[in-house]
Design a protein around this ligand. Structure first.
Ligand code: ZN
Length: 162
């Protein structure tokens, strides 16, 4: 691909990814009839990609926060519930686990405050299972807490970009 054809491809790409007026104005120099250099076009393309990345991250933040708040409300609602059987409790713990992973969240361990996952297993002397907080501590998997009923869960964000 020659430099000129690459410039045209870049320009087409810029057009495709930038639909707002202000960005079009910024690209006035990159019109085919202008004398924009390859470097100018490349710089405009990079700027376009950066803008999309920023917009995407902003959008995720906007969508994520209400989702977290709704999940917290749902968890508060279930607090103290006895789901009866081990199978149901395990299913509830798995559902919570999936949501935590999807939303880059953990729950706060009530014993040590570490970010943890919720598990349900046959611990102690229960037949219907115990909810526990599982997390790594000093390189080992640790289980803290232990309640037959659905415990109070406080969500903690572990997302890299806040
Ligand atoms: Zn803990």
């Amino acid at each position: 691909m020659t430099e000129n054809r690459l410039s045209q491809a870049l320009l087409a790409y810029i057009r495709e990814v930038s639909s707002d007026q202000s960005f079009d104005a910024n690209l006035a120099n990159a019109r085919p009839d202008s004398q924009a250099s390859f470097e100018e076009l490349l710089s405009a393309a990079v700027m376009g990609v950066d803008r999309i990345k920023t917009a995407y991250q902003e959008m995720l933040k906007v969508v994520r926060q209400p989702a977290i708040e709704r999940l917290q409300l749902a968890l508060d609602h279930f607090r103290g519930s006895d789901f009866g059987t081990l199978e149901t409790k395990k299913a509830v713990a798995r559902a919570v686990q999936t949501l935590l992973i999807d939303l880059e969240l953990r729950v706060k361990c009530p014993t040590c405050g570490e970010p943890a996952y919720l598990r349900c297993s046959l611990a102690g002397n229960t037949r219907t299972g115990t909810f526990q907080f599982q997390h790594a501590r000093k390189g080992r998997q640790t289980h803290h807490g232990g309640s037959k009923k659905f415990p109070e869960l406080k969500l903690i964000s572990v997302a890299k970009e806040q």
